[in-house]
Design a protein around this ligand. Structure first.
Ligand code: PEP
Length: 251
């Protein structure tokens, strides 16, 4: 019912040479036709990626956008409208590295969410708890609050075209992966939260898992009923590994 998605977050990695190599590697991968595949390069490499994947069914997203939707006087930022013009169809909003290392809070995140949608981008909205929050038994409360911050300002309907990525902070880049059962528990709670306002929308919204996903762990995670694919960081920099993760999401 929900089409799976696998998205690669390249983070602040890559040179022109290494990106060319990765594009070449991905162009040689057999990707499943029933999975949406996307990559999120740095702003610098968006043009190279658009050109590199001509004719290949790989969508492109940006890792961030400005709070202001349209181009204008905002030094150093990139507007969602510019990203759309550059060939992006998606954008990450609320990634934990930006929340924790760059101090992005709910207000900024919600503004970026709105800016992205007003420019026609699909938001991949990242939520997740820290290790301390998990150990304090606060996982569901933290994740629900992150989602409520958007719903309370923009309305639940914004999730009709957005994708949610549940990314426990303790699993990002650490090699620790949530077990399929741990992830499923949170995914089901997220879907339940959406269903309180719109059961129909909740049934359609894709919820990806992110946090040290590897080819070896992907199939079991993606086999859970509320896990609709993955947001992949480190492993997405290896074309063979990323290709295998994409295939694990296919039927
Ligand atoms: C991420 O940064 O979104 C992520 C999931 O990273 P990793 O797969 O490296 O944990």
């Amino acid at each position: 019912m929900r089409r799976p998605m696998v998205a690669g977050n390249w983070k602040m990695h890559g040179t022109r040479a290494s990106v060319a190599e990765l594009i070449n590697g991905l162009n040689n991968q057999a990707l499943p036709a029933d999975v949406d595949v996307a990559v999120f390069p740095s702003f610098l490499h968006l043009g190279q990626v658009v050109d590199g994947f001509l004719g290949k069914a790989i969508a492109m997203g940006a890792q961030d956008c400005a709070v202001q939707p349209l181009e204008g006087a905002l030094t150093g930022e990139v507007a969602a409208s510019q990203l759309h013009d550059a060939g992006c169809s998606l954008v990450l909003v609320g990634h934990s590295e930006r929340r924790s290392l760059l101090g992005e809070g709910d207000e900024v995140i919600t503004r970026k969410f709105a800016a992205a949608q007003s420019s026609g981008l699909h938001v991949v909205f990242c939520v997740g708890e820290s290790l301390a929050e998990r150990e304090a038994g606060r996982t569901l409360e933290v994740v629900a609050a992150q989602i409520s911050a958007v719903i309370d300002t923009l309305g639940v309907e914004v999730f009709a075209t957005a994708i949610i990525a549940y990314e426990p902070v303790w699993a990002i880049g650490t090699g620790l992966t949530a077990s399929p059962e741990q992830a499923q528990y949170v995914h089901a709670a997220i879907r339940g939260q959406l269903a309180l306002q719109s059961p129909e929308l909740a049934g359609k919204t894709r919820i990806l898992y992110g946090g040290s996903v590897k080819a070896a762990s992907a199939a079991e995670l993606f086999g859970m009923p509320d896990i609709d694919g993955g947001l992949v960081g480190g492993a997405s920099l290896n074309a063979d590994e990323f290709g295998a993760i994409c295939r694990a999401a296919g039927s």
